[in-house]
Design a protein around this ligand. Structure first.
Ligand SMILES: Cc1ncc(COP(=O)(O)O)c(C=O)c1O
Length: 436
């Protein structure tokens, strides 16, 4: 027992935290009931909390760590850069080297600009799309999370009471006070429903600047987009003078140059973030030269002034390049194979236990659902209260069994993992299912 009656260091820290941080945290993601677990240190794919409990980290800071924690090559590269300064009001070669590397991974990346988060990358992509096309509206998939820019977050938390008919989903605000104008300028599409999506887009064809799509939106059930859906969005945007923006903030890890390569898709713009920072805050927007030129102050087409105090700082550039150079074709394939093994074995454990659950995912990401079959669109994925409660209990049981997952039941692999860690994951899933 601690001085203040708390039974663990995490509980005691949370009591202090609530006095100075609304809800006790700066990001809701780390909240758990009755209190968050506080990290002490981490190495590779293992993380230890302030009470000394070690777990395998399948959350990887919400998919932002591709090599787990404290990878020696990243630590050494960053430490070396730190001794020479962390940020300057001068451009650096580190920025050029990293831009060259990222552009070399995907033929559709003629140019890119760095920012500091996925939210910012998506925001920049939407602003560039509006500036390039001269149109006001964006279209996005119902329920998909694209960060917290007003327009990008519309309908991310739509609920049965306000989501409207599936033929014309409502634009539902996330934050109270979202201006009506924002909602009017966002067109909401059902995921993987080609016919309805095209009908909805057709109603706004003169006004749509871009269609924003995540190829495997995690809040829509981590179900991959179908090739038909992706093809339909690509042809509709091309035919109607709109841009296609891929949000690869999470899915970029699926292939060397992003999950889009698995679809033979060339979006006009791609938003990236998370793992491309090598463990540091990052975002990037990449795409066609002609479109990117609206951000070029030296171009006749200059339409979007763009800056950011910490954008392309040499720490992030160094960490990001080091991480991504290590995440080559071979490393991507190995991790994806490991994820397939994990998904197959967890599915096997679920069916042997005969419980109502399922696993979805692709690349190096999986999600465990307390429904069977796994959801394939946002309305299916929207959990009944008892299903949400079961999932939360399951994720807690896993935590007690040595596995840290994101609270949505999402698991994210990192390169230090091997078959041993997958074996431990499957055994923990099996025990937790039994404990439900
Ligand atoms: C698909 C997607 N886009 C954008 C974002 C926003 O990224 P950030 O948290 O870096 O602002 C996220 C974050 O989870 C995301 O999952």
């Amino acid at each position: 027992m601690r001085d203040n009656g708390a039974t663990s260091r995490s509980e005691a820290l949370y009591e202090r935290a609530q006095k100075v941080l609304p809800g006790g945290v700066s990001r809701n993601t780390v909240l758990r009931s009755p209190y968050p677990v506080y990290a002490a240190h981490a190495e590779g794919c293992y993380i230890t909390d302030v009470d000394g409990v070690e777990r395998i980290d399948f959350a990887n800071n919400m998919a932002s760590l591709i090599h787990g924690h404290a990878h020696p090559a990243i630590v050494a590269a960053v430490a070396d850069q730190m001794t020479r300064g962390t940020a300057y009001t001068m451009a650096t070669e580190a920025e050029i080297r990293y831009a060259e590397h990222l552009c070399s991974r995907n033929d559709g990346f003629d140019q890119l600009r760095f920012v500091n988060s996925g939210t910012e990358a998506v925001m920049a992509a939407l602003k560039v799309s509006r500036a390039f096309t001269g149109r006001p509206k964006i279209a996005k998939v119902e329920g998909a999370y694209h960060g917290s820019y007003d327009f990008a977050e519309v309908s991310q938390t739509a609920a049965p009471a306000n989501w409207g008919g599936v033929d014309a989903p409502e634009s539902v605000p996330v934050s109270h006070g979202t201006p009506r104008g924002v909602l009017d300028d966002v067109v909401v599409l059902p995921f993987n429903d080609v016919e309805r999506a095209v009908q909805i887009l057709d109603r706004h064809s003169d006004d749509i600047a871009c269609v924003l799509v995540d190829l495997m939106p995690h809040r829509v059930g981590l179900c991959p987009a179908t090739q038909d859906f992706v093809d339909a969005l690509r042809s509709w945007t091309t035919a109607n003078g709109a841009l296609l923006v891929a949000d690869e903030v999470i899915t970029f890890r699926g292939r060397c140059g992003g999950a889009q390569q698995g679809y033979n898709l060339r979006p006009d713009l791609t938003a990236m973030a998370k793992m491309i920072g090598g463990g540091f805050p990052v975002g990037a927007i990449a795409g066609r030269r002609e479109v990117m030129q609206v951000m070029n102050p030296r171009s006749d087409d200059y339409r979007v002034p763009h800056s950011g105090t910490f954008s392309a700082n040499p720490i992030t550039m160094t960490a990001g390049r080091t991480a991504m150079e290590l995440f080559d074709e071979e490393a991507v394939a190995r991790l994806n194979n490991l994820n397939r093994l994990a998904m197959d074995e967890m599915t096997g454990a679920i069916s042997r236990r005969g419980v109502e659950a399922s696993v979805s995912g692709a690349g190096s990401l999986f999600q465990i659902h307390m429904t069977n079959p796994a959801p394939t669109n946002y309305r299916d994925a929207y959990p009944a209260p008892e299903v949400a409660a079961r999932l939360s209990r399951f994720v807690d049981l896993l935590l007690g069994n040595g596995i840290l997952l994101a609270s949505s039941g999402t698991g994210i692999l990192s390169t230090p993992m091997g078959e041993d860690e997958i074996g431990q994951l499957v055994a923990a899933v099996d025990r937790s299912l039994a404990g439900l």
